[in-house]
Design a protein around this ligand. Sequence first.
Ligand code: HEM
Ligand SMILES: *[C@@H]1O[C@H](CO)[C@@H](O)[C@H](O)[C@H]1NC(C)=O
Ligand SMILES: *[C@@H]1O[C@H](CO)[C@@H](O)[C@H](O)[C@H]1NC(C)=O
Ligand SMILES: *[C@@H]1O[C@H](CO)[C@@H](O)[C@H](O)[C@H]1NC(C)=O
Ligand SMILES: *[C@@H]1O[C@H](CO)[C@@H](O)[C@H](O)[C@H]1NC(C)=O
Ligand SMILES: *[C@@H]1O[C@H](CO)[C@@H](O)[C@H](O)[C@H]1NC(C)=O
Ligand SMILES: *[C@@H]1O[C@H](CO)[C@@H](O)[C@H](O)[C@H]1NC(C)=O
Ligand SMILES: *[C@@H]1O[C@H](CO)[C@@H](O)[C@H](O)[C@H]1NC(C)=O
Ligand SMILES: *[C@@H]1O[C@H](CO)[C@@H](O)[C@H](O)[C@H]1NC(C)=O
Length: 306
Amino acid sequence: MKFLATFTAAAAAIASVAGQAAETPCDKYTTALLKTNNATNQLTVLTLVVNTALIGNYPNPAGAPKNNVTGILNPGQVNGTGPMVNLLPYFDGTLKSTNVNGNAQSVNFLDGGGAAPLMSNMAAYANMTSSKQYMLITHLYEFFGVLLGCSAQNSSSPFKNYEGRTSMSEVHRFMNLNETEMNYFIQEVGASATSFGVTTEDATAIGGALNSMFNKRCLAPASIGGGANASQSICLATSCPVADPSSCAQTGQSYGNGTNGVEPASASTSTTGSGSSSGKDGASSMVVNVLGALSLGAAGLVAFSM
Ligand code: HEM
Ligand SMILES: *[C@@H]1O[C@H](CO)[C@@H](O)[C@H](O)[C@H]1NC(C)=O
Ligand SMILES: *[C@@H]1O[C@H](CO)[C@@H](O)[C@H](O)[C@H]1NC(C)=O
Ligand SMILES: *[C@@H]1O[C@H](CO)[C@@H](O)[C@H](O)[C@H]1NC(C)=O
Ligand SMILES: *[C@@H]1O[C@H](CO)[C@@H](O)[C@H](O)[C@H]1NC(C)=O
Ligand SMILES: *[C@@H]1O[C@H](CO)[C@@H](O)[C@H](O)[C@H]1NC(C)=O
Ligand SMILES: *[C@@H]1O[C@H](CO)[C@@H](O)[C@H](O)[C@H]1NC(C)=O
Ligand SMILES: *[C@@H]1O[C@H](CO)[C@@H](O)[C@H](O)[C@H]1NC(C)=O
Ligand SMILES: *[C@@H]1O[C@H](CO)[C@@H](O)[C@H](O)[C@H]1NC(C)=O
C-alpha cells in the first residue's frame, strides 16, 4: 500500500479494478486462490505469480494454468510478432549489465539452483539463501506484493516489505533496456497473472500501471516505500519514449537517461574463432547452455498441461 500511495495515479488504476475500494488485487486473488487471506498465503500467491512469470508454467497446487506462459527467462515475442526477445543474458552473467556500486559488472543471478527450485515454489534452493538468486527473487516477491497492495506485508510479518534498492533507474542503469524488452517482461507478468485466474481486465490494468510507472525514459522522481526519491525509469535506451513531462536532468540516485545509448558489454572476452564477432559467439553459446536447463522446466510444464 505504501508503494501504491506514492504512485497515486497507478494506485487508482489498480485499486479500481479490484472492484471494491477496500480490496486490493493481492487480497482479492489470495482469497480466491487459497481461501484464507493472510501473510503466508499472500506470499505464496506472489511466489506462484513471480516464479511463473520468470520460467513459465510449472506444476503447482493452485490448479492447472488457464493459459500457457513462456517466461521472462525464455526467448519469446511481444504479442507473437516482432523481434525475438531474449532477456536471459542480463540475468546469467553473460552481459556486464549489473550496477555494482556504479560500475557495470557481470553478475549471475541464477546461482541458487536456477529454474529447479522455482518449480518447487522457492526463490532458490533452501541451502542457497545467500545466493544472488535468492536475494533478487525474494525482492521481486516483496516489490510486486507492495505494488499489488498485499495487506499483510510488514517488517515483522512472514511476508516482508520491499527490502531492495528503491531507485529502479539505478538498479537497471546499465541494462539499456528498450521498449520491446520491457513490453515482453510486462506481457509475461500479465500472462502469469491470468494463468492463475486474474481477470483480463485486472491484468490489463496492472500491465498499464507497470507501463506508466517504469516503461518511459526520464521519469520524474518518485519514492517507493519511503525510499529514494528518484527516477523509476527502467526503459532507458535512447529509443524509449520520453516521459511527459520529462525530467532528464536529475542528480542523486536518478539515471533517467541510463547509459545514453551505450549497450552493455559482453562478459566474454573470447578471442577464439576466425569470424568478426567472436565475442558475441562466445556469449551465445553460454546462453544456449543455460536455456537448455530452462527448457527442462518447459518439458515438465508440457507434461503438466496435458
Ligand atoms: C516493469 C518492469 C520491471 C520491474 C518492475 C522490475 C523490478 C525490479 C526489482 C524490484 C528488482 C530488484 C532490485 C533489488 O533487489 O535491489 C529488479 C532487479 C533486476 N531486474 Fe528488473 N524490473 C523490470 C524489468 C526488467 C527487465 C525488462 C529486465 C531485463 C533483463 C530486468 C532485469 C533485472 C535484473 C538483471 C535485476 C537484478 C539487478 C541487481 O540486483 O543489481 N528487469 N528489477
Ligand atoms: C494462513 O492460513 C493458512 C491456512 O490457509 C495457515 O496454514 C497458516 O498458518 C496461516 N498463516 C498465518 C501467518 O496465519
Ligand atoms: C498449452 O500448450 C500445450 C502445448 O502446446 C497445449 O497442449 C495446451 O492446450 C495449452 N494450454 C492452454 C491452457 O492453452
Ligand atoms: C498487443 O496486443 C494488444 C491487443 O491487440 C494491444 O492492446 C497491445 O497494445 C499490444 N501490445 C504491444 C506492445 O504492441
Ligand atoms: C530492442 O530489443 C530487441 C530485443 O533485444 C531488439 O531486437 C530490437 O532491435 C531493439 N529495438 C531497438 C529499437 O533497439
Ligand atoms: C543444495 O540443495 C540442492 C537440492 O537439494 C542439492 O542438489 C545441492 O547439492 C545442495 N548444494 C549444497 C552445496 O549443499
Ligand atoms: C504485521 O503483519 C502480521 C502478519 O500479517 C500481523 O499479524 C501484524 O499485526 C502486523 N504488524 C504490524 C505492526 O502491522
Ligand atoms: C521528489 O523530488 C521532486 C523533484 O526534486 C520533488 O518535486 C518532489 O516533491 C519530491 N517528492 C518527495 C516525495 O519528496
Ligand atoms: C537525456 O536525454 C534528453 C532527451 O533525449 C537529452 O535532451 C538530455 O541532454 C540527456 N541528458 C543527459 C544528462 O544526458
